[in-house]
Design a protein around this ligand. Structure first.
Ligand SMILES: Cc1cc2nc3c(=O)[nH]c(=O)nc-3n(C[C@H](O)[C@H](O)[C@H](O)COP(=O)(O)OP(=O)(O)OC[C@H]3O[C@@H](n4cnc5c(N)ncnc54)[C@H](O)[C@@H]3O)c2cc1C
Length: 419
């Protein structure tokens, strides 16, 4: 098959947003979107939230019906792209079919990282990356089982809350000695743990599962490194993501230091006709020592828009400050900027009242912010993150401080505090 236009490999979040952006930029050529799954591009964040608990499955389409129709995309579902030929400018599908491209966008996302002792095909073992995964887990949770969740990251904790909400009994097993300590200040990590325990979960920190096998009852027996045993009905493994970068790797495209297709600020790979975006792309960002991948909805959307503009020779939008959200039961957590080991955090509000905001700064320059049920306050901080300038934080904790006015004033002020 010939596609004289743009071929998008992958049919997920960033693929759909990129295709839509190409049309918004006036691109009239052919867009072929090749997706391994049998669904139209859908939003993944609800898979660990509403899809597991809501009485009715929410609408998940990335593009509303009308926007999808207007975008005039040839979507080829069930198409597994097996190879990318940079010299011939074509992709080859697993069924042998080839499709030529003028420009190619790699938007292949990632796969759930697997545990050897819990292969994904095993009964009662769940990984959540796709809608089909989530539907399967949802069906299992309806039986109000005893569930072990391996991995206390954002995804594992969201699933834990969802499972509790539908009446399952939940144990979270996490290898580290605190939850999400690489991403969050210790107070937030502690709050997440107590929030989950209050909701009814058991949280076992410093615990790795070394073996898992079905027992006669049909349940699963988990063995931990420390020799403890735990029998459960269902096991959910949420231990992170591996980028789908094999296509790019095998084609000879440059790969980022921690994996992922290496792209420049315009999402262009080491080949001028190939771009990459979303979870599979590794990009150098301001303030980061090396290129990194961001696994977030915002990043997928923003990089998709950047790639679309760059493919057409238009100026890409200015990259926004990274932003991420997670829902932990009834609570909403948001983050702005990226965490780093050397940050000092100052807090406003009280996590015991489930409303607080932290700024993580390096020599008073805001680098990272975390909000518990304080999303609008977090938004007010945005202007401070664009400037790379120190701010005055001595009053930040005061209830009487008008945060919006303060942030505005700090953003306007000349750097009053020496770095
Ligand atoms: C359960 C869950 C909950 C999440 N919750 C949040 C959240 O609360 N907040 C947040 O900010 N982010 C969240 N995310 C992350 C966010 O959804 C992702 O960052 C985003 O979906 C990435 O988009 P993408 O286009 O890069 O990849 P994807 O949306 O994963 O799309 C990639 C697509 O490419 C297909 N593909 C891969 N290889 C090939 C191939 N060789 N040939 C053909 N097709 C291929 C895949 O099957 C997939 O459909 C969540 C993700 C998951 C899974």
């Amino acid at each position: 098959m010939k596609s004289p236009g743009i071929v998008i490999v992958g049919a997920g979040q960033s693929a759909a947003v990129a295709a839509h952006a190409l049309r918004e930029h006036g691109y009239r050529g052919h867009i072929a979107m090749l997706g391994r799954e049998w669904h139209k591009p859908y939003e993944r964040p609800p898979l660990s939230k509403a899809v597991l608990v809501a009485a009715q499955e929410p609408l998940l389409d990335v593009l509303a019906e009308e926007a999808w129709a207007r975008s005039n995309i040839e979507l080829l579902n069930g198409s597994d792209v097996a190879a990318l030929d940079l010299a011939q400018q074509e992709v080859r599908l697993a069924n042998g079919q080839t499709i030529e491209y003028e420009k190619c966008l790699v938007a292949t996302g990632g796969e759930a990282r697997t545990l050897l002792c819990c292969p994904p095909y095993r009964r009662r073992v769940h990984y959540i990356r796709t809608l089909d995964d989530a539907r399967r887990l949802r069906a299992a949770l309806q039986r109000r089982p005893q569930v072990a969740i391996l991995g206390g990251g954002f995804l594992g904790l969201e699933i834990a809350h969802a499972a509790l909400a539908v009446g399952a009994s939940v144990t979270v097993l996490e290898r580290a000695t605190s939850l999400l300590d690489r991403f969050l200040p210790p107070e937030v990590s502690a709050w997440l743990q107590s929030n989950l325990c209050r909701a009814g979960a058991r949280v076992l920190l410093g615990t790795s599962v070394s073996d898992a096998f079905p027992v006669e009852t049909g349940r699963m027996l988990l063995a931990t490194d420390a020799g403890a045993r735990l029998e459960v009905d269902e096991v959910v493994v949420a231990i992170g993501l591996s980028p789908n970068d094999a296509l790019a790797r095998n084609a000879g495209l440059e790969i980022g230091p921690g994996g992922g297709v290496l792209v420049d600020a315009n999402c262009r790979t080491s080949n001028e006709h190939v771009f990459a975006c979303g979870d599979c792309a590794s990009q150098q960002r301001p303030g980061q020592s090396q290129p990194t991948r961001l696994e977030s909805w915002q990043n997928a959307n923003e990089q998709a828009r950047t790639a679309a503009a760059a493919m057409l020779g238009a100026s890409p939008p200015k990259p926004p400050v990274p932003w991420f959200w997670t829902d932990q039961g009834a609570h909403n957590i948001q983050m702005l900027g990226l965490p780093a080991d050397d940050l000092e955090y100052v807090r406003r509000g009280d996590p015991t009242n489930a409303k607080a905001l932290w700024i993580g700064h390096r020599r008073l320059v805001p680098i990272h912010a975390v909000a518990i049920n304080a999303g609008s306050e977090l938004r007010a901080l945005r202007p401070l993150f664009d400037r790379d300038q120190p701010v005055q934080l001595q009053d930040f904790h005061l209830d009487t401080l008008n945060l919006r006015a303060w942030a505005k004033q700090q953003a306007l002020a000349d750097a009053a505090v020496p770095r």
